[in-house]
Structures are given as structure tokens and as C-alpha cells.
Write a new protein. Structure first.
Lengths: 404, 114, 104
């Protein structure tokens, strides 16, 4: 594959795979309740994400170790249990949210209640993992995810006030409902910085045998791919602000969010929303499932890899199978997908230090990354945003649960 | 100089076919009267892993874990210590591989199993 | 007479001196390759407390680097440590080994 093509594919993959249940739901809610005022939080989260993704690719290219494997090796088994258990629990809940959103999209398309779709959807996800390889999962699904470009189209058709949008990128305090504002702010951070994303990315880089020559590609894919991806989240927020904002609607269900595109795209809007939601969340579900299996297998030193045969990586295959079975249960029981989404995004933010701190140490450890250790800017940005997200989550979650 | 904790403990083990079959969960030393202790073996296994946890946690988790036989790799079998640790054994013949083998047999019977 | 001791079991154990005073915790065990053998030469004892044990100290140090300052550690020779009870390693002397700072 030529360098340019590889680069383009990487960027497209990052872009097409960016949106998922969390980013769609939290951006829509933020736009409807606070207009463009939370755009700066999205920008801050994206900046941190670019650093984290670039770091995980760099770790893989230089050390040929994934984050999970390196954390276990550097900090030992006892310490590794902490991020492992934390991230598996939060990851499972996030997976429930993604699967639930796919099921909701199918409910929109067929009228059959979402919980009946839990088993078929989980089976399809499993079958794709069972039958596919890493390229199919990563590229195929992300290409489908390009459909989410409709949100950018809709944002343009809404002709939003550019001055107000620009003002939204300047950090500001809430005009009203402070508690809700910060709850949505931390939900956006959680949705942007879901740890499975960079754990998945580092495993992918090792599956594809990256080495030092990939460092530039990695830098470009991380910054441009993730940067453009975040434009999709911003587009959802902007559309929501223009459509719902003036009426101050609080979005409590996916049925409400589904009307996002009907204003600008007419009767196609609803179908396009359902289709976008389905493909975006399918991609995310595949990635989270793999990321969880990667974390477990790499932590225990089993053979792992979506490119290996099932018999060469049997425990890994069993792990993703079990993960999907567990995640299907809450969906089949009819747990409200939007509530699960909101909860899981805040928990992602709360668990962020578990995923990020040990990783940050590795990125400063010359035993692992040699001369390619982190610069001070990367350390400071990642550290500050991580701590901020966690503190906000710990403070705002109880308030939201009590208040709601 | 070899730092046993930093360079050996918890590192990835690869067998003679470069199959990953676990991390170094334990290192066994032999103390000798009048002579320095020496490394006699590396270990992989649930029991070794659990013993490293705080007592309350290890008791609690021990109730769920299956205490399969621990794989002991004699020091003589260690070929190289670098990022990973390569050892001259056939992992598929060790207790660590039992679950892998059982699952593999199961998957082979499913459609599309490879 | 020989018996078995485990590295992972020694790791993090509190070392006391001959008078029972706390010296620190075992952080590293250093071996030398002697032909086919790996022979333990020395133990590194960290004088820091709880933070190190939770790896939080290591994290803080890894991120902030030298700002955290060199941790106080001392290295003791294999023959200075009595491992007859591996859960309670003891120095054979009252305050053996010269305390020194090692950069982490």
C-alpha cells in the first residue's frame, strides 16, 4: 500500500469511526439545552484526545507493546488489576449503550421495540468479529460510518449564526442550571475521551506491525483524523442548537433526538438519522468489544489478535464472545438506552485517570519509548484534562442522580 | 546486571515457537547457606498470581478462580531476556495451555472456525 | 541448607534492622549473570512509604520527572539480608550499608 493511500485510509478511518452513541447523544443534549456554549468543552476534549491517540500509536510503533501489555509489565499484576477492572466495567456499560442505540435505530426502522433486537444485533456483531479480520472491522465499518457526514450537511443547511458559534469556543460559565451544564460538559469529555478508543488504537497499531517509520503517519492520522472527527460531534451540537435550542427542549429519549435532521433534510432526515446512528454505533460496538478482549488478553499475556485464527487465540476469542453475551443482557431487559449512554459517558470520564495515568508514565519512560518520550505540552494537556474530567464527573454525577 | 522486578517479573513469555503463553507471574529463588540466592524458575499460573494480591482480595477472588496447576519454567530453559522473555519449552504442553486447548477444540467445531 | 523464596513475595515487604527498626520496603532485587546462573547480588530498599506501594509515587515521579526529586533508596548486599523468614526480612546489622541517593 502506498504511503499516501495508507495515510488517507487512516484519516478516513478515524473520521468515519468517530461518532458513536455517546458523542451523538451528549452533543445533541448540550446543543438543545445550552446552545453553542459547550463547544469549547468539545474542543478541549478533542485536543486531549489527539494527544492520547498520538501517544498510543507512538508507544506501539517504538516499543511494539500495547498500552495494556506495557502497563501490566511496568506496574505489575497487582496494580494492573485496578485499571483492568475499572475499564472493563465502564467499557461493558458503554458497550451496552452502543448496542442499545443500534437496537433503537432498528426500532425506528421497523417499529419493533428495541429490546427484541438485542439478541440479533449482538449476534451480528459477534459474527463480524468471528468471520472478519482487523482490516475488515476497522476500515469496512469506518467507511460505512462516513454516512455520519449527513450531520455536517445538516449543520450547513441550518445556516446557524456563525458569530455565536465562534463565541461558543471561548470558555464561558453557565448562564443558568450550573449543575446540568457541568454534567453535560463532563459527559462531552467522557464521550470524546472514551479510553477504549486509544487502547483499541494501540492494539491495532501492534496488529498491523507498526514501527518507527509510522511515526509521521501516526501524527497526521491522530491530529487530522480525530480533529475532523470532532467536527462531526460539533455538527451534531450545532444542528441540535439551531433546531431545539430556541425552544429549550431537554432531550430525554432517542425518539426526540431522532428529529434532529428532519428540519433540514425533510422526510429523509429521520431515516438518515436512524441509519447514521446504527452504523456509527455498530462501529463503536465492534471496537469496544475488541478493546475489552485486548485488555484482558494482553494483561494476562495470552495470544491475541483479530487477525489470528480462533484456535491460535482461543482465550481471546472466548473473551470477546463472553463480553458480548454479558452486554446483551441489559439491552434485552429493556434498560433505557439513552440513560445508559449518559451514565456510561460520565463514568468514562470518572475512570479516565485509571486509563491515562499509568499510560502517561510509560510515555515518559525511556525503557519503552527511548528518545521518543513525551514533550512537556503533551504531559500537561493530558494531565490537566484528565484530572479535570475526573473531578467534574465525581462532583456532578451524584448531583445529577439526586436532581434527576 | 539484571533487575528481577523491572526486567523479568510481569514480562511477556514466548515459547520456542514464539507463542505468547502468559506473563511472568512469579520468580522462584533458592537461598543457599553461605552463598547468594539464585533464580531457579519462573512461574505462570492463577495460584501464583493470586498470592501476590492483598490477603483479603486474594481470598475473595480465590473463590471464583479455578486453581489450575502452575506452570514452572526452569531457569535453564530461559533463552533471552529483552522486551519479552523467550523460553525453550513447548507452551502447548504446559498446564497454562489447557484452557486454550479446550476452547480451541470447541471453536474448531463451530462454522467458520479457523 | 537451601529453601525457596519468591521475588514477588519479597517485593514491597518491610525490612527491619537487627533492632527491629523499620528500614524501608524492598523495591528491586538485582542479579548478576554468572555463566548459566542468575545470582542475586543486592536488594534495593525504598525509604518512601505508602505512595510507592500504591504505585502512585511512581506515577507522580514518572510524570513530573525530576521535580519530584530523587527518591531515597539504599542498596544492600545479598549477605546483609536475612531471609530465613521471607515475610519478615531483617538486616543482619543494626544499620548496615551506607545510605545513598539513587536517581530512580
Amino acid at each position: 500500500m502506498s504511503k499516501a493511500l495508507q495515510l488517507a485510509l487512516g484519516v478516513v478511518t478515524a473520521f468515519g469511526g468517530f461518532l458513536e452513541a455517546g458523542s451523538i447523544a451528549t452533543s445533541a443534549q448540550a446543543g438543545s439545552e445550552f446552545g453553542y456554549r459547550l463547544l469549547w468543552v468539545l474542543a478541549l476534549g478533542t485536543l486531549c484526545l489527539v494527544f492520547l491517540v498520538e501517544m498510543s500509536g507512538r508507544l506501539a510503533a517504538i516499543s511494539h507493546h500495547t498500552i495494556a501489555a506495557a502497563v501490566r509489565e511496568r506496574f505489575g499484576f497487582t496494580f494492573y488489576l485496578l485499571p483492568l477492572v475499572g475499564m472493563v466495567l465502564v467499557g461493558l456499560l458503554t458497550l451496552v449503550a452502543e448496542l442499545g442505540a443500534i437496537c433503537i435505530a432498528l426500532q425506528f426502522a421497523t417499529g419493533i421495540a428495541f429490546q427484541w433486537w438485542a439478541v440479533p444485533v449482538v449476534f451480528v456483531v459477534w459474527a463480524l468479529l468471528w468471520g472478519g479480520n482487523f482490516d475488515l472491522i476497522e476500515n469496512g465499518v469506518s467507511l460505512l460510518g462516513l454516512l455520519t457526514v449527513v450531520f455536517i450537511v445538516a449543520a450547513f443547511r441550518e445556516q446557524p449564526p456563525l458569530r455565536e458559534i465562534a463565541a461558543g469556543f471561548v470558555p464561558s460559565l453557565p448562564p443558568h442550571d450550573g449543575g446540568r451544564f457541568w454534567f453535560l460538559a463532563v459527559s462531552i469529555l467522557g464521550a470524546t475521551l472514551t479510553p477504549y478508543l486509544f487502547y483499541f488504537y494501540s492494539s491495532g497499531a501492534v496488529e498491523e506491525h507498526w514501527d518507527e517509520r509510522m511515526l509521521n503517519t501516526n501524527r497526521i492520522v491522530a491530529s487530522i483524523g480525530m480533529g475532523f472527527g470532532a467536527v462531526l460531534s460539533a455538527a451534531v451540537l450545532i444542528v441540535s442548537a439551531t433546531v431545539f435550542g430556541p425552544r429549550g427542549i431537554r432531550l430525554e429519549s432517542y425518539e426526540q433526538i431522532a428529529l434532529l435532521l428532519t428540519d433540514s433534510l425533510g422526510r429523509w432526515g429521520f431515516a438518515l438519522f436512524a441509519a447514521s446512528l446504527a452504523v456509527a454505533c455498530l462501529g463503536a460496538a465492534l471496537e469496544i468489544t475488541l478493546a475489552l478482549a485486548y485488555m484482558v488478553a494482553q494483561g494476562f499475556g495470552w495470544s491475541w489478535g483479530e487477525n489470528l485464527g480462533h484456535q491460535e487465540a482461543a482465550r481471546f476469542t472466548a473473551t470477546y464472545t463472553l463480553t458480548l453475551v454479558l452486554a446483551a443482557i441489559p439491552v434485552a431487559l429493556g434498560l433505557d438506552p439513552l440513560r445508559v449512554t449518559n451514565l456510561s459517558m460520565v463514568l468514562n470520564a470518572a475512570a479516565l485517570p485509571l486509563a491515562v495515568m499509568p499510560f502517561l508514565v510509560l510515555m515518559n519512560d525511556r525503557d519503552y519509548v527511548g528518545a521518543h518520550a513525551n514533550g512537556r505540552l503533551a504531559n500537561v494537556v493530558v494531565l490537566v484534562v484528565t484530572v479535570l474530567a475526573c473531578l467534574l464527573a465525581v462532583v456532578s454525577l451524584p448531583l445529577e442522580l439526586v436532581g434527576g | 546486571m539484571l533487575d528481577l522486578v523491572r526486567d523479568v517479573l510481569d514480562k511477556q513469555l514466548l515459547d520456542r515457537e514464539a507463542r505468547p503463553f502468559g506473563k511472568v507471574d512469579g520468580i522462584v529463588l533458592e537461598t543457599r547457606a553461605g552463598a547468594p540466592p539464585r533464580v531457579v524458575a519462573l512461574e505462570v499460573g492463577v495460584t501464583t498470581r493470586l498470592a501476590r494480591l492483598p490477603a483479603w482480595l486474594s481470598r475473595w477472588m480465590g473463590r471464583f478462580a479455578r486453581h489450575t496447576e502452575v506452570t514452572r519454567i526452569p531457569k535453564e530453559a530461559v533463552l533471552a531476556v529483552a522486551n519479552d522473555i523467550r523460553v525453550d519449552i513447548d507452551a502447548t504442553r504446559t498446564p497454562s495451555w489447557r484452557l486454550e486447548r479446550r476452547l480451541a477444540r470447541m471453536f474448531a467445531r463451530l462454522p467458520g472456525g479457523r | 541448607m537451601s529453601s525457596e523464596v519468591r521475588v514477588e513475595r519479597l517485593l514491597g515487604r518491610v525490612v527491619v534492622d537487627a533492632h527491629g527498626r523499620r528500614v524501608g520496603r524492598i523495591e528491586e532485587i538485582q542479579a548478576e549473570r554468572e555463566g548459566p546462573e542468575w545470582v542475586v547480588q543486592s536488594y534495593v530498599i525504598g525509604v518512601d512509604g505508602l505512595l510507592e506501594r500504591l504505585a502512585a509515587g511512581a506515577i507522580a515521579q514518572g510524570i513530573v520527572g525530576t521535580l519530584a526529586g530523587a527518591r531515597r533508596r539504599r542498596r544492600i548486599g545479598w549477605d546483609e539480608l536475612d531471609l530465613s523468614d521471607p515475610d519478615r526480612p531483617r538486616l543482619r546489622t543494626a544499620s548496615a550499608g551506607e545510605e545513598r541517593r539513587l536517581s530512580a
